[in-house]
Design a protein. Structure first.
Length: 142
């Protein structure tokens, strides 16, 4: 596994950016109930429409920030995962090309393709999942 994930090292910055954007998105989502409470307490109960408009506009702006943060987060997470898988496929292809003819003939071509694709997809999922979903779930329940 250490060798496999060494191919992820060049993509540490896109993964870090994806994590930071995910934290921003989650922060905005966690702040929204506080803003709604502010609107209800200081605006609706006090019958002050300007407070409702001010904090409602702030919530709209934060919703756009969260939306764009999520979109950019998905881009960077997918970029890191797909690039990692591409590099891994290239290395695997070079390794298969170095097989002797006797070794190469022992394995059917379809078997090599399917086994390698399954393994690469299995290695790619944690990269994408870490940047998008796992950290989000941990923070949400924290």
């Amino acid at each position: 596994m250490k060798t496999v994930f060494s191919y992820a090292k060049p993509y540490k910055w896109p993964m870090l950016i994806a994590l930071l954007l995910m934290f921003l998105e989650l922060t905005v989502e966690l702040i929204q109930p506080l803003l709604i409470a502010k609107i209800i307490d200081d605006g609706i109960l006090a019958e002050d429409v300007s407070v409702v408009w001010t904090w409602g506009s702030a919530m709209m702006g934060l919703a756009f920030v969260a939306f764009f943060s999520g979109v950019i987060n998905s881009y960077f997470a997918a970029h890191a995962a797909q690039s990692f898988a591409f590099d891994l496929r290239q290395a695997l292809f070079r390794q298969v090309q170095s097989f002797s003819m006797a070794t190469f003939l022992r394995f059917p071509t379809s078997g090599l393709i399917m086994i390698n694709e399954r393994r690469i997809d299995g290695a790619k999922r944690p990269i994408h999942g870490l940047a998008c979903h796992v950290a989000s779930a941990i923070i949400s329940y924290w």
